[in-house]
Design a protein around this ligand. Structure first.
Ligand code: GCO
Ligand code: MG
Length: 402
């Protein structure tokens, strides 16, 4: 069996997605997601100019060798652009393998470790009362785990929060939006938020929170300590992660579990965090972590150190990544939780899929391969539109992590 053609499809049904479609001489094709939010065409070009010419003629079953060919063979290892491209190739090949063998991909990754995947949703009001209302609404939808973000008094806009009736979407069209930030106001307010949520809804729901890389290690330590009475499932991205040893400061002060890794793209971004047991959940998911092939190795390493997965699943990760993540989550032993930020109905139309949500859990479905497709007629109707993630400044104007 041989790869005969590979094609990059860039479309924007409400937001941009980059998809790789690989065809074989036996008429079977596979899909991979290569979306890197705000930098989409860099990955598309990398695939078209440098990867696709070397893919033609290869055996799509050789997932390990093809991965190493593009990883070691590029000489320029790692980085989000190249690793997202590599992830798309890898996903598409696993999809083909499953289709040829007529079995869902989870069966190729170890079979079913569980029947259902616990997911967490987002409650994010502009103020406390709207946020409590959002928590209520999501409980009604059946969610067992909820990430809670809220507007902070005295800060004009903050990460993850949207006006009433709007849906949170990380990227916006036009030039980047700028927001302003006060660590002090944030740290003073968030414990009150979680106290109010526990008072109103009790102890049975899992509560999560994303600090979005905005604290220093000692500030994150204070955060973790002050929310301990409300026993969060996790605090996410408490600090900017480049300095892996900085997590020891947080760890020394608090028992609040830590989740990191949505911007990681290789095991070398988190090897120390894992082996020194400085984190509890790893968020690096299939698309930005280089594909199913390397993520399997990372998950197995993490299992030894009691680190579970908690894959990134915002709207900028396409349904192709969600499908791959759900197969992966079904199979590996040390699954923790999966983020679920539902796509717009139009996105689900462009990418028809076998996976589904029911009563707080998601299911990969039992179709061969990844159980995902793309509607080429619809794709042409929604061409790419440049969009950026926002920027963030401290109140005095200093650039800060968004
Ligand atoms: C999350 C993330 C997102 C990212 C976005 C960037 O936890 O879901 O932090 O909101 O900011 O995916 O593209
Ligand atoms: Mg996050």
């Amino acid at each position: 069996m041989k790869i005969t053609e590979a094609k990059v499809i860039v479309c924007s049904p409400t937001r941009n997605f980059v998809t790789l479609l690989i065809r074989t001489d036996e008429g079977i094709y596979g899909l991979g997601d290569a979306t890197l939010n705000g930098r989409e065409l860099a990955v598309a070009t990398y695939l078209e100019e440098y990867c696709i010419p070397c893919l033609i003629g290869r055996n799509p079953f050789d997932t390990e060798d093809i991965w190493q060919y593009f990883y070691i063979g590029a000489y320029w290892k790692r980085g989000p652009v190249t690793m997202s491209a590599l992830a798309a190739i890898d996903m598409a090949l696993w999809d083909i393998k499953g289709k040829v063998l007529n079995t869902p991909v989870y069966n190729l990754l170890g079979g079913k470790s569980r029947d259902r995947i616990m997911v967490y949703c987002h409650a994010n009001g502009t103020d406390l009362s709207q946020t409590l209302e959002e928590v209520h609404q999501h409980l009604e939808m059946g969610y067992k785990a909820i990430r809670v973000q809220t507007g902070i008094p005295g800060i004009a806009s903050t990460y993850g929060v949207v006006a009433k009736g709007e849906k949170y979407e990380p990227a916006t069209r036009g030039v980047p939006h700028e927001s302003s930030w006060s660590t002090e106001k944030y740290l003073n307010f968030i414990p009150r938020l979680f106290s109010a949520v526990r008072d109103k809804f009790g102890d049975d729901i899992h509560l999560l929170h994303d600090c979005h890389h905005r604290l220093t290690p000692i500030e994150a330590a204070r955060f973790g300590k002050e929310v301990e009475p409300f026993h969060l499932f996790w605090m996410e991205d408490p600090v900017s992660e480049e300095l892996q040893e900085s997590f020891r400061i947080i760890r020394n002060h608090t028992t609040t579990p830590i989740a990191v890794g949505e911007i990681f793209n290789s095991v070398f971004d988190c090897n120390r965090l894992i082996t020194e047991q400085l984190i509890d959940y790893l968020r690096m998911t299939i698309v930005h972590g280089g594909g199913i092939t390397p993520l399997q190795k990372v998950a197995h390493l993490a299992e030894v150190y009691n680190v579970r997965t908690g894959f990134h699943g915002a709207t900028d990760l396409s349904p192709v990544t969600m499908a791959a993540a759900l197969h992966f989550n079904t199979a590996i032993h040390n699954f923790g939780i999966q983020e679920h930020m539902p796509h717009e109905p139009l996105v689900d139309e462009v990418f028809p899929h076998a996976y589904y949500f029911r009563d707080g859990f998601m299911y990969a479905g039992d179709k061969p391969g990844l159980g995902i497709d793309i509607d080429m007629a619809l794709v042409d109707k929604y061409p790419y539109q440049r969009a950026y993630l926002p920027l963030n400044r401290r109140e005095d104007g200093t650039m800060w992590n968004w």
